[in-house]
Design a protein around this ligand. Structure first.
Ligand code: SF4
Ligand code: SF4
Length: 377
């Protein structure tokens, strides 16, 4: 299946080497983009500004299991580590954003809205599941009754270089969410690493006019049939290696029908309500607002900050919090992700990246919780 899909879309595929990748990073910078990519820091692969291929985590791989993440040296690939603790949402939907400032003067008070976001990012190394996560946030922030103008401005300026996964973590389950491991849309360029090292070769697919324009500025040559078949085989092997699954079949209905199932007590006894899963999740979008006053009393400002349905205050309304127990909060999070998100946005709130499994300090696994509920029912 994967091979057939790739053949359909690889008519104009090109090959680029390491020097070409270096030129790509420089050219994106020259076109006004802040180039961001995977970087090894503090024992993890994080997303930071990059200036050169030397910033990429060449020769490192990640080991990910529930509640555990480690890097180790292995091989000579440029893009072996899959998704890490951070996601692209921290750039498109930042953790903190000032909304407005109010200033006091003799004439009264003046409200100054923050200027519209002007960031122009180029993301290098976006995985298929992460493109799906960006599409989820597009739906939330741009395709409903209220459009977030800052998200929309950053999104309009963003250039996406996808990387098809040549390996997967044990926590990945993108095939069962139909989001990966191959990027099929939503990118400007997509790379498949055919070989690593100094002589690395990457197959490039073009996904947009901006991507076409960039490729014309790069040293590339046409891909051969053998290159296309090799790329298809790499992605097919990655997909075949993914064993973690979630049966989404009637899951939305099942979750809604079982609010009092004893499994919710079981998971609540393990859950720390730390909110790590929501911070790491690339689709979670909830925020709160924070007001701050200057010490001289002359001004005050309002900021938007990431929040989480796991915090006690999140569901606070007049008279107290609606969801007062860890059980209520975990049930809300998982039911929203896999069930009521469909009602609200006509799509799943989970893209199968596995971050919530890895970065949960006690290794709670959303796929196992869904399977346990299904088994018990
Ligand atoms: S719920 Fe977990 S697996 Fe699903 S998108 Fe969020 S972090 Fe990834
Ligand atoms: S499921 Fe895990 S990461 Fe999420 S709040 Fe509970 S303990 Fe924290």
């Amino acid at each position: 299946m994967v091979a057939a899909r790739m053949f359909d879309r690889f008519d104009e595929a090109r090959i680029i080497g390491v020097a070409g990748l270096e030129t790509m990073i420089g050219e994106l910078g020259a076109r006004g983009h802040a180039v961001v990519g995977p970087v090894r820091r503090d024992g993890a692969i994080v997303l930071e500004p990059i200036e050169s291929v030397v910033d990429l985590p060449r020769g490192w791989v990640d080991e990910q299991t529930p509640g555990r993440y480690r890097l180790k040296r292995d091989g000579d690939s440029w893009f072996a580590p899959v998704v890490g603790p951070q996601s692209w949402k921290q750039f498109l939907h930042p953790p903190r954003q000032k909304l407005w400032t109010v200033r006091k003067s003799d004439a009264g008070a003046t409200i100054e809205p923050e200027p519209l976001a002007t960031e122009k990012y180029a993301f290098i190394g976006v995985r298929a599941c992460e493109i799906a996560a960006i599409a989820v946030q597009d739906r939330v922030f741009m395709q409903g009754p209220y459009v977030d103008p800052n998200y929309a401005a950053r999104r309009a300026n963003a250039f996406i270089v996808a990387v098809n996964c040549s390996r997967a973590a044990s926590t990945c389950f993108c095939p069962s969410m139909k989001t990966g491991p191959r990027a099929t849309a939503g990118y400007d360029l997509a790379l498949t690493e055919l070989s690593g090292g100094d002589d690395a070769r990457f197959l490039i697919e073009i996904g947009s006019a901006a991507g076409q324009s960039l490729v014309e500025a790069l040293p590339t040559h046409p891909a051969t049939k053998a290159d296309i078949e090799a790329a298809a085989a790499i992605v097919a092997a990655t997909e075949a290696s993914i064993s973690r699954t979630i049966d989404t079949g009637d899951l939305p209905e099942l979750l809604k029908a079982e609010p009092d199932h004893p499994r919710w007590d079981d998971v609540a006894a393990r859950c720390l309500n730390c909110a790590n899963c929501t911070m790491a999740c690339p689709t979670c979008f909830c925020t709160t607002v924070v007001d701050e006053s200057a010490l001289d009393g002359a001004s005050a400002s309002r900021s938007q900050r990431w929040d989480s349905c796991f915090t006690g205050d999140f569901s606070h309304v007049h008279g107290g919090a609606v969801r007062q127990t860890p059980k209520a909060r975990y049930r809300q999070w998982m039911t929203h992700k896999l069930s009521t998100w469909h009602d609200q946005f006509a799509m799943s709130g989970c893209v199968g990246c596995g971050r919530c499994i890895v970065w949960c300090p006690v290794g709670i696994d959303i796929t196992e919780e869904a399977a346990a509920l299904r088994r018990a029912v």
